[in-house]
Write a protein that binds this ligand. Structure first.
Ligand SMILES: Cc1cc2nc3c(=O)[nH]c(=O)nc-3n(C[C@H](O)[C@H](O)[C@H](O)COP(=O)(O)OP(=O)(O)OC[C@H]3O[C@@H](n4cnc5c(N)ncnc54)[C@H](O)[C@@H]3O)c2cc1C
Length: 470
């Protein structure tokens, strides 16, 4: 290996360890008395050009040693010229001048979280979102009536980005009561499991607002409406991703016969930070406590057969609430509808490949663009956040000679996530199918199973810990 490259490797590594900030690295290198061509290599620009030096790519973002060596040879050739003009032309390296390391398509919760994680790794990110949903515009916060159950792992991740909402928008769940359709019951309690909270019910618009604000103030993230070229494109466009289709990525979809209706209710009785769930043949109803510890409000997710949906959405608020009171056995007393009702067709889906290469560069999938699971255990976004945590970790921890579009690196990410998602999807699917069986014998089996699970001790503890992300 040529001596210059050896030196370059050492300096790059040392500079990265000492201080990864570009300008400081530049200054440090000047102190180290490096030749100007090495400075140029780091900056990706011509040191002889009279134009003021602007950062293009920092030392740890140069796309691999080959590229660096190629650049070094160009610099050497350029040095033999006398005037600046031709040197500038000969110097330009389109790859190095490319502004973004990573383009994220889709600025939902998963996309925004990934952008913040990558910016923390000092990667330059283009975040592409539909114009009306860009942070700062009127619809940057969706007005979604849902509230998500987020586990401890998701909470830690969002807290590390300072995006975890205030306590009144993230209600801690202390107990969970799950009831079958023939006397079966499973209960979880934070005290029994020796954890502060089983999960947190997070107001979706509040979380979106926190992420939008953080993105707006992060200088390494640029918000855009059209996708620029970048070494790596991460597709976070949700279940109906058009880029996934454009790149020809297979997405296996199995629709469920149910659609979920989401809404918010004011209850007669306080929820006491307890989440309730009723499995009723073909239907699943969940009451998720919101509005903090003293609240009387719940967000509901009611999975019903899709034929029933038009009538349930069209009927008066009073009739709708009466149906919910009956389905919930008036657990929280009289109910009052406080939001609009929205409907979400349900499906199980997964992409056959999570990473690959396209004419425009490497790509990776994350969040709902990669997988959809039944929301009965509130795990979809938790999985999506684990995807982006794993991807950011893989890219951040990469060996210094690997670029962000390195195939081995991306496969590492795919391997680290695919199995967990497959297990979760299979579990949700099996539960959904078990509770869709109509015969009396199946009904007896599932309720017997629930009671057996309730008494199972270690198994129950293990399942609870998986769901809690511990
Ligand atoms: C009823 C229901 C309840 C749920 N409850 C829970 C729960 O309690 N806990 C939980 O963890 N999960 C839950 N989920 C799952 C959760 O909603 C999803 O997993 C999560 O929203 C996925 O986030 P995402 O960012 O990947 O996709 P999305 O939220 O779909 O975001 C995609 C983003 O991409 C943008 N976009 C789309 N196309 C383009 C394009 N062509 N160009 C640019 N931008 C584009 C969209 O505008 C959007 O901002 C629930 C799901 C449902 C249906």
């Amino acid at each position: 290996m040529p001596q210059e490259i050896k030196n370059l490797k050492r300096l790059s590594f040392l500079a990265r360890v000492l201080n990864p900030d570009f300008w400081q690295t530049l200054i440090w290198w000047q102190f180290a008395g490096r030749a100007p061509q090495i400075l140029a290599l780091d900056a990706g620009i011509n040191p002889f050009c009279p134009e003021p030096i602007r950062p293009q790519r920092s030392h740890d973002e140069i796309g691999g040693l080959d590229q660096a060596w190629h650049q070094l040879r160009i610099v050497r050739r350029a040095k033999s010229h006398d005037c600046c003009g031709p040197i500038c032309t000969g110097f330009y390296n389109a790859d190095l001048a490319q502004v973004f390391d990573i383009c994220i398509r889709g600025g939902g919760i998963v996309g925004r979280t990934l952008a913040l994680l990558l910016a923390r790794e000092r990667l330059r990110v283009a975040l592409v979102e539909q114009a009306q949903r860009l942070p700062g515009s009127d619809l940057s916060v969706s007005g979604d009536v849902r509230a998500y159950a987020l586990n401890a792992r998701s909470r830690t991740l969002l807290e590390s980005l300072r995006c975890w909402p205030d306590a009144e928008s993230a209600t801690e769940v202390l107990a969970m009561e799950v009831k079958g359709d023939d006397g079966g019951a499973v209960n979880f309690s934070a005290t029994e499991l020796k954890v502060p909270g089983l999960t947190w019910i997070v107001d979706v618009p509040a979380l979106e607002a926190r992420l939008a604000e953080a993105v707006r103030f992060q200088p390494l993230i640029e918000l855009m409406t059209t996708a620029p070229t970048a070494a790596l494109t991460v597709i976070c466009e949700g279940r109906s991703s058009s880029t996934r289709a454009e790149f020809g990525i297979d997405f296996d979809v199995t629709p469920y016969p149910q659609t979920a209706i989401a809404a918010r209710l004011q209850c007669e009785k306080p929820h006491a930070q307890t989440a309730f769930q009723w499995f009723i043949q073909d239907e699943i109803l969940a009451f998720l406590p919101i509005d903090g510890s003293d609240g009387k409000s719940v967000a509901i997710v009611w999975s019903v057969l899709r034929e029933r949906v038009p009538a349930l959405l069209a009927q008066s608020a009073q009739d709708f609430c009466q149906q919910l009171e009956a389905a919930s056995h008036e657990q929280l007393g009289k109910l009052e509808l406080t939001s609009s009702r929205s409907a979400w067709p349900l499906q199980s889906a997964h992409a056959t490949r999570w990473v690959g290469r396209h004419a425009q560069g490497a790509w990776a999938l994350a969040g709902d663009a990669a997988h959809n699971v039944h929301p009965l255990a509130g795990q979809g976004l938790n999985l999506g956040l684990s995807d982006v945590a794993a991807l950011a970790d893989t890219l951040g921890q990469r060996e210094y000679w690997r670029s962000v579009d390195d195939e081995k690196l991306l496969r590492r990410y795919e391997r680290s996530r695919k199995s967990e998602v497959a297990v979760m999807d299979a579990t949700m699917d099996a539960l959904q199918r078990l509770f869709s069986q109509h015969s009396a014998s199946w009904q007896a089996v599932r309720n017997w199973g629930m009671n057996g699970f309730e008494r199972s001790g270690v198994l129950k503890l293990w399942v609870a810990r998986q769901a809690m992300g511990c």
